[in-house]
Design a protein around this ligand. Structure first.
Ligand code: IPM
Ligand code: MG
Length: 370
């Protein structure tokens, strides 16, 4: 039977393929035990595509991405490709997917699971129960702004430059995602910029303030400078519910926030486009961690962020809340049972590799679904 759930799987480089293998096992499990089948296609991106095809992502892959209902992305990049020209970097693959599919809202949750309270470098009292959501704008700002480049000045020295730009619409649409999410959570939104030094930051603040008055007066809105936000995230992260911010600040603050939870290896993300007239929207799901070249190929990477990204995919793209929760619960229970990959080890827990972690998730899923 043809499935109406078209998935494009892009494992990428480094630990990407290793952790994606564990997701494939979860997908097989769903097929067998829950009768949910996906129409799956797998393709190369990043350094793997550069090696095989001479480009970080072919147009054919871009077309598959456009046709897919959801994209599950691994990670791209590594030292092998660091010396290539700017337009040939593996990272171009993810940037192009975000831009061409107009995936403007990057949702990056930072949740501290109870069994992992002691894996954080912060004190347990500060992070216990943490559940915050960063909404990062992901198709605009300095990542894509023009002009950009390196020019030679009259005196012979060079000048490198990039441009931060945001339009009213770009700010409003990502802020709406933040306000809507806040309404489903604790109803608090913090908008983050540098209105004290950047024109575009002051503009961002004005647009969010006006939108709040017009459409979301019931949500508690506050504004914060990005540097202060970094400090507050470490000082008292539980003060936040939803944070909405620009592409660059979101990139930095989400790495910071993820580490509050103990490991980058734990956190999934979703990047959503705008729904079209028929309600369909492009969406990409990826772990926050990168390709981790230092541990690639050793079978020790934590597959949980990739598996949890798949759970987010089920929830946001297919409305399969129950299946998503099942997978999330399986991950928490396995951690609670004391099995850990090296990145989230704590005294009294047992160290396992990538595939044993994957197997344990399947066993737990069997138990939960029994
Ligand atoms: C991320 C990554 C990417 C980014 C890189 C790989 C281009 O750091 O998703 O946070 O900067 O957006
Ligand atoms: Mg990043």
């Amino acid at each position: 039977m043809a499935s109406n759930k078209k998935l494009l799987i892009l494992p990428g480089d480094g630990i990407g393929p290793e952790v994606m293998r564990e997701v494939r096992r979860v997908i097989d499990w769903m097929d067998r035990r829950r009768m949910v089948s996906f129409d799956m296609k797998e393709d190369l991106v990043g350094g793997a595509a550069i090696d095989a095809r001479g480009t970080p992502m072919t147009d054919a892959t871009m077309e598959s991405a456009r046709a897919a209902d959801a994209i599950l992305f691994g990670s791209v990049g590594g030292p092998k490709w660091d010396k290539l020209g700017f337009d040939m970097r593996p990272e171009i693959a993810i940037l192009r997917l975000r831009k061409e599919l107009d995936l403007f809202a990057n949702l990056r949750p930072a949740i501290v699971l109870d069994p992992l309270v002691d894996a954080s470098t912060l004190k347990a009292d500060v992070i216990r129960g943490l559940d915050l959501m960063i909404v990062r704008e992901s198709t605009g700002g300095i990542y894509f702004g023009e002009p950009r480049g390196v020019e030679t000045l009259p005196d012979g020295q060079k000048r490198g430059f990039d441009t931060e730009t945001y339009t009213t619409n770009e700010i409003e649409r990502v802020a709406r995602v933040g306000f809507d999410l806040a309404r489903k959570r604790q109803n608090r939104l913090t908008s983050v910029e540098k209105a004290n030094v950047m024109q575009s930051g002051l503009f961002w603040r004005q647009v969010v303030t006006a939108l709040h008055q017009r459409e979301y007066p019931d949500v508690e809105l506050s504004h914060m400078y990005a540097d202060n936000c970094a400090m507050q995230l470490v000082r008292n992260p539980r003060q936040f519910d939803v944070i909405v911010t620009s592409n660059l600040f979101g990139d930095i603050l989400s790495d910071l926030a993820s580490m509050l939870t103990g490991s980058l290896g734990m956190l999934p993300s979703a990047t959503l486009g705008a729904p079209d007239a028929s309600g369909r929207r492009h969406a990409l799901y990826e772990p926050i961690h990168g390709s981790a070249p230092d541990i690639a190929g050793k079978g020790i990477a934590n597959p949980l962020a990739q598996i949890l990204s798949f759970a987010m995919l089920l929830r946001y793209s297919f409305g399969m809340d129950e299946d998503a929760s099942l997978i999330e619960r399986a991950c928490t229970n396995v951690l609670a049972s004391g099995l850990r990959t090296a990145d989230v080890m704590a005294p009294g827990t047992a160290k396992v590799g990538t595939s044993v972690m994957g197997e344990s998730i399947l066993r737990e899923l069997d138990k939960l679904a029994a």
